[in-house]
Design a protein around this ligand. Sequence first.
Ligand SMILES: Cc1cc2nc3c(=O)[nH]c(=O)nc-3n(C[C@H](O)[C@H](O)[C@H](O)COP(=O)(O)O)c2cc1C
Length: 184
Amino acid sequence: MSEFFNALSDDHIAFIHAQPMFFTATACAEGRINLSPKGGDGLHRVINHNLFCYLDLTGSGNETSAHLTHDGRITVMFNSFTRNAMIMRLYGHGRTATSGSPEFEKYISLFPDNVGTRQLMLVDIDQMQTSCGYAVPHMEISSHRDALDRWAESKGREGVLDYQQEINLISIDGLEIGLAKQTP
Ligand SMILES: Cc1cc2nc3c(=O)[nH]c(=O)nc-3n(C[C@H](O)[C@H](O)[C@H](O)COP(=O)(O)O)c2cc1C
């Protein structure tokens, strides 16, 4: 059974905040579709009934940002691995916010400090769908991984920002990603 909603209810928001991980899917008209798993403790927040936000950490690729810059569509998926099965998909349009921008300054305090911070991803939710999720296995989280945090801490903030300017400005399909050098 599947249902569509034009806005998140408080129960939907509680479900989203209870999930230890989620998935993002983005694409442009041409090129490869990106699908990314996103974990990390406290790195995603619902801002209001039609606005979702996550703290994006520096990694080897920066595909979601490229697709949001050149296309804007995004689907965010949560699925319960516990007894109460459910899949939730947020269909919407997203944008990035980097340090110094009004939205970054407005929302960054909702997230834990992280040396590897790259940008905030903001998703205007056009529609949300829930479905039964009966094909998703039962799984229990044992812990969040800290490898990426340890990598960022070993580099230091300046090192992370230099890495972004070296590695995160072009997508795997050659799309330019306007990630300006941020202040530490
Ligand atoms: C050259 C290259 C190397 C990558 N190496 C890793 C890796 O070692 N570990 C990892 O989790 N992801 C790796 N990724 C995935 C990216 O960090 C990133 O998740 C992916 O490009 C999607 O972008 P997004 O994080 O903006 O959604 C790599 C991506 C690229 C292009």
